[in-house]
Design a protein around this ligand. Structure first.
Ligand SMILES: Nc1ncnc2c1ncn2[C@@H]1O[C@H](COP(=O)(O)OP(=O)(O)OP(=O)(O)O)[C@@H](O)[C@H]1O
Length: 317
């Protein structure tokens, strides 16, 4: 469990973290989202005492990180900055960590296997691919068999197989009852991995919610309907709380305020053929963009000077 109370971090004039208040609970994966510069890494560094709060407090598993007699056995972390000696093998790196923290060698072998590093464990870590480096960082985080696991951007730069592996690992750790706190820029990835979400912008808390609720609040669901009698069906669908949109002459309608089941039943009752009836949820990406619109510190260009293409309107990467 990670408990954050009124947490503030200032760097001179800059307030990187501005009064954050939230709890990350065990048994689920909690995603930590926010645009660049929102304060995610600073918050994570404060959780493990790498940065001191200007005010407020952070507790992990009931106490401050530095008050735990065996912190590696409490919290496993993967932060962006890597501190692996390039000339050391994966095994030696993990073994050195284990020796200095009273962790048995057996556990080193276990995490090497768990993270799929067996084939390369004796090779120089400096020659590792990005994916292998991430696996080694995660192996180090899991070495102490910690109750709480905190990973900053663990899927950055990984191939689809690596992304899938991390997803299964994180959901597996949460299923064992551990606290899993993970930051990412990849909204679609979060949607598939996390159950809970903490969203920050400019150091402030924007949402402390579930993935399902987050999407619902951002516009909920609509239903795509394809029928050759769109104009007639539109009149039949009209009612309080129901919104129907669709281009004149088109077979396609978008309906909000009714479920697919209600729409299908209505079509059946009036003998209208339906070619498609699809419930559409707002994607996490869209919901996130809508929420953090005013909190993006580093905007991309909205109108590329030499191109009229509107595809990349804003950069949050
Ligand atoms: N050591 C530091 N000195 C001065 N300013 C800092 C320092 N560390 C972070 N900042 C500033 O604090 C703000 C928050 O940074 P932080 O790295 O925590 O954001 P983030 O959400 O992790 O961003 P990203 O997604 O880009 O990693 C940024 O404006 C950053 O420039």
């Amino acid at each position: 469990m990670i408990e954050i109370h009124q947490l503030v971090k200032r760097y001179g004039e800059k307030t990187a973290v501005d009064g954050l208040d939230f709890t990350v609970r065990p048994g689920t994966v909690t995603g930590f989202l926010g645009p660049n510069g929102a304060g995610k890494s600073t918050t994570m560094r404060m959780v493990v005492g790498l940065d001191a709060p200007s005010s407020g407090s952070v507790q992990v598993n009931g106490r401050r990180y530095d008050r735990h007699p065996a912190p590696l056995q409490e919290v496993g972390v993967l932060l962006e900055a890597k501190s692996i000696h390039p000339g050391r093998s994966a095994f030696n790196h993990l073994n050195a960590l284990a020796l200095t923290h009273g962790i048995p060698r057996r556990r080193v072998e276990e995490v090497i296997e768990l993270t799929g590093l067996t084939q390369v464990a004796r090779k120089r870590a400096g020659a590792f691919s990005l994916g292998m480096g991430q696996r080694l960082g995660i192996a180090a985080a899991l070495l102490g068999d910690p109750q709480t696991v905190m990973l900053d951007e663990p899927v950055n730069g990984l191939d689809p197989e690596g992304v899938q592996w991390i997803r299964n690992l994180l959901t597996g750790l949460a299923a064992q009852g551990r606290t899993v706190f993970v930051s990412s820029h990849l909204m679609s990835e979060m949607a598939q991995t996390a159950t809970n979400l903490i969203v920050v912008g400019r150091g402030k808390l924007l949402a402390d919610t579930t993935v399902a609720r987050f999407i619902q609040d951002a516009g909920g669901q609509s239903v795509k309907v394809l029928t050759p009698q769109a104009s007639r069906f539109r009149d039949l669908l009209a009612g309080p709380g129901v919104e129907v949109t669709g281009a004149p002459g088109s077979e396609e309608l978008t309906v909000s305020g009714l479920t697919a089941r209600q729409i299908g039943t209505l079509a059946f009752e009036h003998g209208l053929p339906l070619y498609e009836l699809t419930t559409q949820a707002v994607s996490l990406e869209e919901a996130f963009m809508a929420m953090t619109e005013d909190s993006v510190e580093y905007h991309g260009s909205t109108t590329p000077p030499s191109s009229p293409a509107p595809a990349l309107a804003r950069s949050t990467a």
